[in-house]
Ligand binder design. Structure first.
Ligand code: HEM
Length: 405
């Protein structure tokens, strides 16, 4: 701890300044209280790389349940929160084996490097289209996320999942409502209403349209299991929602982070454009420097020791991926974006049994988009001082991200 560093206050985790930029808070957590019990949010926060790395594969930690959250709510709020939490409990990322593994096994073959390589021509087509539309419509100024990265990520996921053009607006709105619910710091009156509506509409779309139509990744991989009665339509809807949100938000955020960081470091941008720096390294470093998802949520299945702290069975544990990625013990000059450091073992995609199934795809998407943008719009300028982080609990949200074409 440096002498100028203020002491940590548990409440500051919910301060607007922390929600807008949690990194100063994470720095103090790593220095002052690396396994921190946070009373205001009722969870442990693990901040150092080595601890996060090891706990990600510790079998004594499992998926979190929403039971404590629901019990703390006024009775009138419980029913809608229960519906939404039951829906999330079917997501792979919020469930344990055997449920998680059953679904992961069905999906796995659609996300292997070979499957992603076969999808590469489509990725190029989507990047050309998205960058072309952006260049045509954004002059003289546009927003990198809203006008480019998000439409591109949505195009890719719609293609993968077999979503038709006229269904896109609904699907995008459901993704927004679910992400808004997940990134709320605390439950609030009416806080689950929009997500509850999205769950109902999306479930009926998946059971009434996606599965019967038989097209797209979900119908191909999970459809047979649903038809055989081994999986339910609720499982299919939950998986659809996870692929949708996983495919749109983090990919567009990572593109925004990479481009903003590169434009703030003109030498690296020059090297990239001149072919002296691989696009792959620029993408990896963006994922380390500011990962779209800041944490992996867990719950202790049994009592365990972490550092000098005792985590009791049932306690909620937040593994801070974003803090681990900035740990100076692991990454020298961790607070600096430096694509020249090459690929490093960052934790942006997690680790172990829940390791991001879309990691290979996401990396190819990001490289393809950045490369196409440089090819087609070599004079793009981003006013990095005008890019802002919107307040969010647990994820990076860059808005606005203005740029000049
Ligand atoms: C830059 C983009 C992405 C980032 C940073 C990211 C990050 C993550 C992280 C950190 C996890 C693990 C969470 C945990 O352990 O609790 C995860 C899991 C997952 N991701 Fe991604 N993701 C990205 C893109 C994608 C894409 C493109 C897809 C699919 C279209 C996807 C689908 C999933 C799924 C289904 C899981 C759950 C795996 C499981 O629990 O077995 N993600 N992702």
């Amino acid at each position: 701890m440096t002498s100028t560093e203020p002491l940590l206050r548990a409440e500051e985790i919910l301060d607007p300044a922390t929600l807008a930029d949690p990194y100063p808070f994470f720095t103090r957590l790593r220095a002052q209280d690396p396994v921190h019990w946070n009373e205001p949010t009722g969870s442990w926060y693990v901040a150092r790389y080595r601890d996060v790395h090891d706990l990600l594969t510790d079998p004594r930690l499992g998926a979190p349940t929403g039971d404590a959250l629901i019990a703390a709510l006024p009775p009138a709020e419980r029913a809608v929160y229960r519906t939404v939490e039951d829906f999330f409990a079917r997501w792979m990322v919020f469930s344990d084996p055997p449920h998680q593994l059953r679904i992961r096994t069905c999906l796995q073959r659609a996300f292997t490097p070979a499957a992603v390589a076969a999808f590469e021509p489509s990725l190029h087509r989507h990047a050309e289209r998205a960058v072309g539309a952006f260049a045509a419509s954004a002059a003289p100024a546009g927003d990198l996320i809203e006008d480019l990265a998000r439409p591109f990520a949505l195009d890719v996921v719609c293609d993968l999942l077999g979503i038709e053009a006229d269904e896109r607006a609904d699907v995008s709105a459901w993704s927004d409502a679910l992400m808004a619910y997940l990134s709320a710091a605390e439950p609030a009156p009416g806080g689950a209403d929009a997500a509850g509506l999205a769950v109902a509409e999306l479930t009926s779309y998946v059971s009434g349209t996606v599965l019967p139509r038989g097209r797209g990744l979900l119908a191909r991989t999970l459809g047979p299991g649903v038809a055989a009665g081994e999986l339910t339509t609720a499982d299919a809807a939950a998986t659809f929602a996870q692929l949708l949100t996983g495919g749109v938000e983090p990919v567009s955020t990572a593109a925004g982070v990479a481009l903003t960081a590169l434009h703030a470091a003109p030498e690296q941008l020059r090297d990239l454009r001149a072919g002296r720096l691989p696009y792959e390294h620029a993408v990896e470093e963006a994922l380390r420097f500011d990962p779209p998802f800041h944490f992996a949520p867990r719950q202790a299945r049994e009592t365990l020791q972490a550092g000098d702290r005792t985590i009791r069975a049932g306690d909620r544990v937040v593994l801070l991926l974003a803090s681990a990625n900035r740990d100076e013990r692991q990454f020298p000059r961790a607070g600096t974006y430096d694509a020249r450091r090459g690929p490093v073992p960052h934790l942006a995609f997690g680790r172990g049994g829940h390791y991001c199934i879309g990691g290979v795809l996401a990396r190819r998407q990001l490289v393809t988009l950045l490369r196409e943008l440089d090819r087609r719009v070599p004079d793009l300028r981003i006013d990095v001082s005008a890019v802002h982080r919107s307040p969010s609990f647990g994820s990076t949200v860059l808005r606005p991200t203005p740029c000049m074409v």
